[in-house]
Design a protein around this ligand. Structure first.
Ligand code: SF4
Length: 695
């Protein structure tokens, strides 16, 4: 009899439910789970091709030490002793973990616990730093906690959906399908796409604002001034539920509409049209993703958006609110367990002595990290300058995905001790590991993930464990045990870890923190159905929207409007006159280690490309399908020219996915500068000066 398993797609932050069926002959097929509230049975091209990516070709199936096959005991002993030695000789801040939004919550929880509570450093950061840390910083400034207010349903209930810095059609395809279906059913609904490129998402848009790169702060600061001028501010809401309105308005009023038009590259007529649409449409949801987050002004962009929703009281109500769309399947779970260098577990603050004491008491740990650790870019700088002596990389490929990827590769090669846990044997990063640990992949591992709307779902194993692969949580528990922290890492299964994570979220809480899942059914892990947090008490209805009561998580219960000064946005120069914007394509995921296995997915776009506006291409003497070299002060890449009217003049777009396994010299992040947002530490991957030439 075929066996069906309900699980979750491992790609984007939509978090679609999947039913995997193993037939009598062992053949696996997948379909969307009609009961999952994220997708109601839909899947996109990547999700529906999952069964094509689960073969064992290229898999890492046994531990390796310096390229030779090793036993688990030997590999784990070496990892534990090398980390212990570095800590003994150079202190706890001489070691680091670089983890991933691909990890399950249980893996993430243990990595954070081991580093912050037992090693005593906060040097654990994640590729989610590259994904949504500006949203985290913006939420914490505005709300006093990293809270996503709304839910996917709000997008369907809204009369106006704004997509800014989000190519929803390619990056969150099932959510785009839901939005398109809602608009088709209710044609009065308006969609505005704000993006320098006319992406596929603009195909359903009533308005496309081809904004200048990083023009978002100016656009939404100008909107705040317009809302005030047109008497659209909800004075009672501002008075009763917010602080900082006058300061935010003062900054907003410092710029004329002409200046806003110049800063955004949008005409005054278009600005007025957009501003008036927002002004008159109460039910508005503003969705934002990497075009907002991956910027030197990413946190200010988030707050400029939230300011407009707070000023009009459009938050915490059906069909309204700012909405951060996370890129990865478990970026949210990572935030919940505190798996970033500047967070503690369960949305507690590492800067707070009270919170540090609370987490240490709960863990019964010998130490607790006293200060924020190194964020991703700084972490690899510390690897480069020799201050990090031992580095453990889990489920991510920074030699391809980090900005200034060439320098990151050089740093990893020179690090005295590097451990890589991965499912694949020969990623660009794995090649430089002293110890390689084989991890379980999708369909083999068990745990939970949280999607963009705070919905926690199970990922379930339905395939046999291949070779000697083991779960990431097990690897970390074994190393923790071998470092002398045995009792605190004596887990038998992910269910026990999740129960501890839930108990910590409720520990000494009494409603003071947003993330509380203490009311989950402790015995119901295996049969868990998707639910939205919080779940503080068993049997109570889910809290669909935060802030419906107008109370926020700052001490006075009020939200903050943040003044957002207009940033410098032009990163071009005479030598590097084009603006490079990097991003995703529809049918690949991250560095292609899994989606690159599917011929069907690869057929969508077969080669890495650089997309030019026709007039730029003409000026550069570049024709369609030419090989072109893109160069910045950090490095160069070779890409195929794609010429398209969708591209804005003066800029070039290149996908983030390709790596040395699939195309030579196509790692775009070799070109990307390692500059970051000052609040979040998130790299700016969408606005840097480059030059191009026909190769
Ligand atoms: Fe997977 Fe995202 Fe596609 Fe859903 S939309 S099937 S989560 S990649």
């Amino acid at each position: 009899m075929p066996v069906e398993t309900k699980t979750t797609c491992p790609y984007c932050g939509v978090g679609c439910g999947v039913i995997a069926t193993v037939a009598d002959d062992g053949v696996v097929s997948v379909k969307g789970d009609p009961d999952h509230p994220a997708n109601f049975g839909r899947l996109c091209s990547k999700g529906s091709a999952l069964a094509e990516t689960i073969d064992l070709e290229g898999r890492l199936l046994h531990p390796e030490i310096s390229g030779r096959r090793a036993a688990w005991d030997e590999a784990l002993d070496l990892v534990a002793s090398s980390f212990s030695k570095a800590i003994a000789e150079h202190g706890p801040d001489s070691v680091a973990f670089y983890v991933s939004g691909q990890l399950l919550t249980e893996d993430y929880y243990l990595a954070n616990k081991l580093m912050k509570g037992f090693i005593g450093s906060a040097n654990i950061d994640t590729n989610s730093r590259l994904c949504m840390s500006s949203s985290v910083a913006g939420h914490r400034r505005a709300f006093g906690a990293d809270t996503v207010p709304g839910t996917y349903e709000d997008m369907e209930l809204a009369d106006l959906v704004i997509l800014t810095g989000s190519n929803l059609a390619w990056c969150h395809p099932v959510l785009y399908q839901r939005l398109a279906a809602a608009k088709a059913a209710r044609p009065g609904m308006k969609v505005v796409v704000i993006d320098p490129r006319r992406t596929m998402s603009a195909d359903i848009a009533d308005m496309h604002l081809a904004i200048r790169p990083d023009g978002d702060v100016a656009l939404f600061t100008g909107l705040l001034a317009h809302l005030s001028d047109s008497l659209a501010i909800d004075r009672a809401y501002v008075q009763n539920h917010t602080v900082g309105f006058d300061a935010a308005m003062q900054t907003a009023r410092a710029h004329s509409l002409t200046e806003i038009a110049a800063a955004t590259g949008v005409t005054i007529a278009e600005l007025i049209s957009f501003y008036e649409l927002f002004e008159r449409t109460e039910k508005t949801v503003t969705c934002y993703s990497q075009g907002v987050n991956q910027s030197e002004s990413g946190t200010d962009k988030v707050n400029a958006i939230i300011n407009c929703h707070l000023a009009t009281g459009r938050i915490g109500r059906p069909g309204m609110g700012p909405f951060s769309l996370t890129g990865q399947p478990n970026a949210m779970g990572g935030r919940e367990v505190g798996g970033l260098a500047n967070m503690l577990a369960a949305h507690m603050a590492i800067e707070s002595a009270e919170d540090r004491g609370r987490v240490q008491r709960f863990w019964g740990s010998p130490v607790i990290a006293q200060k924020p650790g190194l964020k991703a870019v700084d972490m690899f700088r510390a690897v480069a300058d020799g201050s990090i002596k031992a580095l453990w990389i889990m489920a991510t490929n920074p030699v391809v995905s980090m900005p200034d990827a060439g320098a990151v590769e050089t740093a990893i090669k020179a690090c005295p001790f590097v451990v890589v846990s991965d499912v694949m044997a020969s990623t660009d990063t794995a090649r430089h590991a002293h110890v390689l640990l084989p991890s379980l992949g999708w369909g083999e591992k068990d745990g939970t993930v949280t999607n963009s709307e705070r919905r926690i779902s199970r990922q379930r194993g339905f395939l046999p464990v291949p070779g000697q692969a083991r779960a990431d949580w097990w690897q970390m528990a074994e190393v923790g045990r071998r470092m002398g922290f045995g009792a605190a890492f004596a887990y038998r299964n992910p269910s026990e870890i999740f129960a501890e994570h839930a108990a910590l979220s409720a520990f000494e809480n009494a409603g003071s923190r947003d993330f509380d899942i203490g009311g989950i059914d402790r015995d119901g892990y295996d049969g868990m159905t998707p639910f939205q947090w919080p779940k503080a008490e068993a049997g109570k209805a889910e809290v669909t929207r935060f802030f419906a009561n107008g109370r926020f998580y700052h001490e006075d219960g009020k939200a903050r409007l943040i003044p957002t000064a207009l940033p410098q946005t032009d990163r071009t120069s005479a030598d590097y006159p084009l603006t490079l914007n990097t991003g995703r394509v529809r049918d690949q995921w991250h560095t292609m280690t899994r989606t690159g296995k599917s011929a069907r997915l690869t057929a969508h776009i077969a080669e890495p490309f650089a997309e030019f506006h026709p007039r730029d291409a003409q000026a550069l003497g570049i024709e369609s399908a030419d090989l072109v070299e893109l160069e910045s002060p950090h490095g160069k890449v070779l890409l195929r020219a794609l010429i398209s009217e969708r591209q804005a003049r003066g800029s070039v777009f290149a996908p983030m996915h390709w790596n040395d396994q699939f195309a030579s010299q196509a790692r775009i992040d070799v070109v990307v500068a390692p500059v970051t947002d000052p609040h979040s530490g998130q790299p700016a991957s969408k606005n840097m000066g480059v030059r191009a030439r026909r190769f």
